[in-house]
Structure formats: C-alpha cells, structure tokens
Design a protein around this ligand. Sequence first.
Ligand SMILES: Nc1nc2c(c(=O)[nH]1)N[C@H]1C(S)=C(S)[C@@H](COP(=O)(O)O)O[C@H]1N2
Ligand SMILES: [Mo]
Length: 315
Amino acid sequence: MLIRPAVPRDLRSSDITPESQYWTRREWLAAAGLTVGAIAGASALLARPAGAQQALGKPYGLQPDDKPTSWDDVTTYNNFYEFGTGKEDPAEQARGFKTRPWTVRVEGMVKKPGAYALEDFLKPSKVEDRIYRHRCVEAWSMVVPWRGIMLGDVLKRAEPAPGAKFVEFTTLYDPARMPGQRYPILRWPYTEGLRLDEAMHPLTLLVTGVYGRELPNQNGAPLRLIVPWKYGFKGIKSIVRIRLTDTQPATAWNVSAPDEYGFYSNVNPTVDHPRWSQAKERRIGEFLRRPTLMFNGYAEDVAAMYAGMDLRRNY
Ligand SMILES: Nc1nc2c(c(=O)[nH]1)N[C@H]1C(S)=C(S)[C@@H](COP(=O)(O)O)O[C@H]1N2
Ligand SMILES: [Mo]
C-alpha cells in the first residue's frame, strides 16, 4: 500500500530527496536547534520552520500552517494515568521508570508468536522519522516529530492467521513501578485495540522516539502506538503485549465510560463528546482555536477503510 502524504507544496521536496542526501542525525538536530546535550524550546524551531521541519522527518498530513509543537510542550503536557492524572504529572512521576530490560510479546492468532527483548523486536524494521498531527479527545492538539517503525511490518513478520481480525495492545502492569495503577482510575492494565486493517495501515506506527531522541518515559517509553487519525488515547504507552484475535478487544477507556469512548475513536468533528464539542481544538502553544479536521486531516489516506460505516454509531 502506498501513502500519499497530504503535505503543503513547499514541503514536498523532502519526499523526493534521495535517501543518500538525507541529513545525518547530528546535522538535523543542529538545524532544529536541538543538541544532544541540551534541548532548546520552541523558539529555535520556529525561527527556521521549513528547514527544521524537513530535518525533523517527513511530514504526513500536515496543513500549511502546522508547525512542530515545542519539545517542552510535547514532553510536559500529556496523559499517562499510570503516572498521575494531571497533565504535568507524567513528566515528574515517570522520571525513574526503568524501561530496560523490556520484553514485548506477539501472540494470539499468528503463525509465529514470540517474546522478544525490545532490541530484537525492533531490529528487523526500518526506523523512520515522521511528523504527525496529534489530537487528544480533550480537544487539544499538537504536531509531533515521532520516530518509529511500522506496526504493519511487525505484524507481517508474525504472519497473522486466516481468522485474525483485530489487534489488542496491553501496557505493562506493575503497580510498584506505575503508582497510578494502585488506584482504580481505569481498568488496569491499560488496553487498546485496532481492527487488523487499521493496524496494517502504513500510517500506524510503533514509536520509540520523539525529536530524533529516545522516547522520554512520560511519552510512553520504550514503545507506544501512534494512530494519527484517531484520538490520542488510542496511542497506548509502554506496550508489553500485542495480541491478534477474531473478536473486538475491550479497551480501557471504553470499559470505564462506554458512552464517552468507543472502539473506533476516529477524530470526527461532527460527533460531540457527550460533555463537550469536538468541532474545534486548542493547538498547544497557540492562542486561537482551530477547526478540527475529519480523521484529523488524514481522510485521504484512511477514509476508504470506513466506507459504508455509520461513523456516528461507530464513534
Ligand atoms: N498506558 C497509557 N497509554 C496512554 C494513556 C494512558 O493514560 N495510559 N493516555 C492516552 C492519552 S488520553 C493521550 S492524549 C496520549 C497522550 O500522550 P502523548 O502526548 O505523549 O501522545 O497517550 C495515550 N496513551
Ligand atoms: Mo487523550
């Protein structure tokens, strides 16, 4: 399958740059105003948007006025309830979380199940830097330069069995290391699910880094999911298990509040959350709210997967 990135014209040159001309990691960290020792905030990035964006990776689905959200915002404002329910809690409470050694299991309806040390799990796949839009169900949004591998690659290697239709993901369960799990905020461990075609879609990433650096603990280290056309909560963090099944998996948010969070969770500005509108979003770091786009701006790439489905019922 081919992705047709909906990128503004002036960024398209990055798509036709031969691999050999790609910048080295050091070069593009420098261009983005980031150094390995010290990470600068938004200002350095915004000063050179075009160069910096290309240097941060390939843009996918970006609108002409989308700029990467600053490192500081991406890493200090988010949700990771295993480390507290406040937006700034994860950055604080996940600080000492040990992510090595880490085992990832691929199991269920696959011909080649296995348990892998993280390094071995990642090794066969091509690592890519991609800039995606990111939309939380709470109506805030960001633009994030992720680094990761295609989930589809991993699944193909495991060889899905004929009847497999869904993929279930599970976060580590270890209340001693994840203090939030001592409280019944959600059903622990956190789980999420995708239909197999969504999981195989080339936009779907297993993420290991951000801004070209290793993923900070608060962002879901060492391995988390990113599905850019769905609300942020589909992006399950600190994954230890990927299981293929023939039945739709339960998801942590759907179990906790079924009328607020459905299985599909596609970004859809015409379906309000029961307690607030989804028509607009607050882009972190900006003042004015923006209109929310269908499938978060990825309709061209993903709408066909939902042809004939009632996206109000399947929210
Ligand atoms: N295990 C786990 N994964 C999780 C969450 C969580 O609480 N626990 N929160 C989700 C939500 S609601 C969002 S918006 C994203 C936010 O994190 P990010 O900005 O680093 O993507 O992570 C998602 N993944
Ligand atoms: Mo979210």
